[in-house]
Design a protein around this ligand. Structure first.
Ligand SMILES: [Fe+2]
Length: 262
């Protein structure tokens, strides 16, 4: 598909799926660096064998020292393998063309670590509390996704609705808790919104889904006994960043703002 058609498809549907977007080598280097962090963190516990897998090390740390596990998680986003990828040409070319800009703000990339068997769904939401109104997210699983691992599910074309308000929409998905999915499901039973059905794409490690911030999206629980690792990077438009236009505002747009007025 030529680029013009590809980006038209993005704006029509609010998302794109790019198969094999990052290489096995990229994935390996992310795992290797997180493994380095896990070795140092576990070393301070002095109770582990080095031949454990990364999943085993992470889960062991979680059990032995949950605070240190959180520190490891906090620091993953600063690993050079993650930052390098987020700033690489192939990510930026897509992000800048979609946002129609020569300059974009790259938010700190992250690896999302969905623990096994915790039965935690991330309810659907629009991507708020970012630097700009218009944000492009790359969501890239580092493991093959299936029904048991759970993965991203979203409602195509909902970016066209703009910022949608509903009960507790002025707080994060995590703070709103599991009842949010019921609120969203009810919202989309509305006559005008019924046509926006959820889909769950099947993705392999390294495939990317790129989506607009107003697409309703969430993740299903991971019910396997392994971690679901996902790489996420975000690109914010410089044109719709209030912080660059007003001296009396916060860096991130608050959840309570009316994004349709930005
Ligand atoms: Fe999100």
């Amino acid at each position: 598909m030529n680029k013009k058609k590809l980006y038209k498809k993005f704006w029509d549907n609010g998302y794109l799926i790019l198969k094999n977007f990052i290489s096995k080598k990229d994935i390996k280097s992310i795992y290797a660096q997180i493994n380095d962090l896990a070795d140092i963190a576990l070393n301070s516990e002095k109770k582990f064998k080095k031949n454990l897998s990364l999943d085993e090390k992470y889960l062991k740390l979680k059990k032995l020292n949950p605070n240190l596990k959180s520190h490891l998680y906090d620091l993953t986003k600063y690993c050079d393998s993650l930052v390098r990828l987020a700033g690489s040409k192939k990510f930026l070319d897509h992000a800048k063309t979609i946002l129609k800009t020569k300059t974009a703000f790259i938010d700190t990339p992250q690896v999302r670590i969905d623990h096994p068997k915790e039965n935690l769904n991330l309810p659907q939401h629009q991507e708020l509390n970012q630097l700009s109104k218009d944000v492009i997210t790359f969501w890239i699983p580092l493991v093959n996704i299936n029904k048991k691992t759970g993965g991203i599910f979203f409602r195509p074309k909902t970016h066209k609705l703009g910022h949608v308000k509903y009960k507790n929409s002025d707080m994060s998905a995590t703070d709103a808790g599991p009842e949010r999915q019921k609120i969203i499901d009810k919202l989309f039973q509305n006559k005008k919104l019924k046509k926006y059905k959820s889909i769950t794409p099947s993705l392999n490690a390294g495939d990317a889904i790129i989506f607009h911030s107003f697409i309703f999206h969430g993740t299903h629980a991971n019910i396997t006994d392994k971690i679901r690792w996902t790489y996420i990077s975000r690109y914010n438009s410089i044109k719709t960043a209030p912080y660059l236009r007003r001296g009396n505002t916060t860096l991130r747009i608050p959840y309570t703002a009316d994004y349709n007025l930005i």
